[in-house]
Design a protein around this ligand. Structure first.
Ligand SMILES: *[C@@H]1O[C@H](CO)[C@@H](O)[C@H](O)[C@H]1NC(C)=O
Ligand SMILES: *[C@@H]1O[C@H](CO)[C@@H](O)[C@H](O)[C@H]1NC(C)=O
Length: 432
């Protein structure tokens, strides 16, 4: 997830109330087909070891995104070589085309056997935010396994998805799987820096080719465990939108002078007071008030005015460095193919999850670059997340349990097969 924004999950309580009913919608058409030619998601002991070892190796490559100018190009290139080595079948299959985009990002085009089915896309990124050794139980780029967990930067955000997607595909191909529905896999190298060189270029390339997608699945939300008091059971939240963002620069100009005779107020004091006032006056939470879409739009247009009012000092100037609007809400009704496929796959792979709910991602993801290609964008990581794990994203001690990671591979293995159904996205209203 793009820094410095993170998914705020407290919203889930409200969303659960609003949307709990939606989760009980009917299954998808075309079940008959998939039952007959289904490949079971059962992996041998050897494959299970290979699955976890592949992720550990990926964690050890320090694909750190520091700033637009500073990222480790050696590591990014090494990552490309690594996936070639670990997933030989993916790279040698005749109906899969691989392209490197923006020097380091990867686009795979998996040609399905039925050209009448609209393709979809699986999206993930392999750059990570920096991590210094301080505070970590194990070094952040070690990928060490300890007490059933693989530790390291990127185990949740988001090398787990990159590796799980490729590994699931590798295992399907080894079992002679041929998809009916075509799909793309887009792996970005600069998501943490806004995806301008990776995801955006991939999107532009696909737009130039006239591609339209049935849906996209990206990182974002999780299976949430223990986030809401009184809700003991884990529930799955599929994010159907994400907030916009704005980067503001605050500037104060004062008359220069000698430090031996400082003025009563200095520019540093004025700007510090402004920041302090902002810190003490958080943005209002509008998610519980009225229709969700309206609330989000209000958040977008009110932000700058709100900040100015809180600072309430004419000497502080505001410069908008960059900003973008919140994303449209993706459909999640009975006709929404991507949403229903996710829901169906969650219910088969995570039988303990009885509620699947749409939600909002307050962090930003690469998927926002793909809005011209589809209206159906879903942000969901098929991984159990506890509050402690949530703090570790962009924080310390990021880790994933070996079991959870294997389940993620299994989920994608199932999802790809589920997507082969005939059901087609039909026109629908984007209503709440
Ligand atoms: C960049 O990545 C390479 C491995 O690909 C690593 O050896 C090197 O230490 C990294 N550089 C920095 C500054 O992290
Ligand atoms: C979407 O398409 C429009 C029109 O071609 C273009 O101006 C815009 O930059 C595109 N947006 C993205 C995110 O690719």
């Amino acid at each position: 997830m793009g820094r410095p924004y993170v998914c705020v999950l407290a919203l889930a309580a409200v969303l659960l109330l609003v949307f709990a009913t939606v989760s009980r919608s009917k299954g998808l058409r075309g079940r008959e087909h998939q039952e007959t030619s289904r490949i079971p998601s059962q992996f041998s002991e050897e494959e299970r070891v290979a699955i976890k070892e592949a992720l550990k190796g990926a964690i050890q490559i320090p694909t750190v995104s520091l700033s637009q100018e500073e990222y480790n190009t050696t590591a990014l290139a090494e990552f490309g070589e690594y996936i070639h080595k670990v997933f030989p079948t993916v790279f040698s299959t005749s109906f899969i085309q691989h392209e490197t985009v923006g020097s380091y990002s990867h686009l795979f085009t998996v040609q399905g056997s039925d050209a009448s089915l609209q393709p979809y896309m699986l999206l993930a990124h392999f750059d990570v935010v920096p991590a210094s050794k301080e505070g970590w139980e194990v070094p952040p780029f070690s990928g060490l396994e300890r007490e059933g967990f693989i530790h390291g930067r990127g185990t949740l955000d988001n090398k787990n998805s990159v590796m799980a997607i490729l590994h699931a595909l590798e295992l399907l191909l080894i079992r002679n799987y041929i998809p009916r529905r075509s799909f793309f896999i887009s792996l970005g190298h600069d998501e943490e820096l806004s995806g301008m060189n990776g995801a955006q270029k991939i999107s532009a390339l696909l737009q130039a080719r006239g591609i339209q997608l049935a849906f996209i699945v990206d990182e974002g939300s999780f299976i949430l465990n223990g986030f809401i008091p009184n809700i003991k059971k884990p529930f799955a939240m599929i994010s159907v939108s994400e907030k916009g963002a704005i980067n503001l620069m605050l500037q104060v100009n004062m008359t220069p002078g000698h430090s031996s005779a400082p003025p009563k107020e200095t520019s540093i004091g004025i700007i510090a007071a402004a920041i302090s006032r902002l810190e003490q006056t958080p943005m209002p939470n509008m998610f519980g008030s009225g229709p969700l879409e309206m609330a989000v739009q209000q958040l977008a247009s009110e932000v700058l005015e709100f900040v100015k009012n809180v600072v309430a000092d004419d000497r502080v100037q505001f410069h908008v460095l960059n900003a973008f609007d919140p994303l449209p809400i993706s459909p999640f009704d009975d006709q929404a193919l991507g949403y229903q496929l996710l829901r169906q796959t969650i219910q088969s792979v995570f039988p303990e999850v009885s509620i699947v709910t749409p939600g909002f991602c307050i962090g930003n993801t690469d998927s926002r670059h793909f809005t011209n290609l589809t209206t159906d964008i879903y942000r969901f990581n098929p991984v159990n997340l506890h509050p402690e794990g949530f703090k570790s994203i962009h924080g310390i001690n990021e880790k994933i349990s070996v079991q959870d990671y294997e389940t993620q591979v299994k989920f994608i293995f199932e999802l790809i097969q589920n997507a082969d159904i005939d059901g087609r996205p039909v026109p629908h209203l984007h209503e709440l």
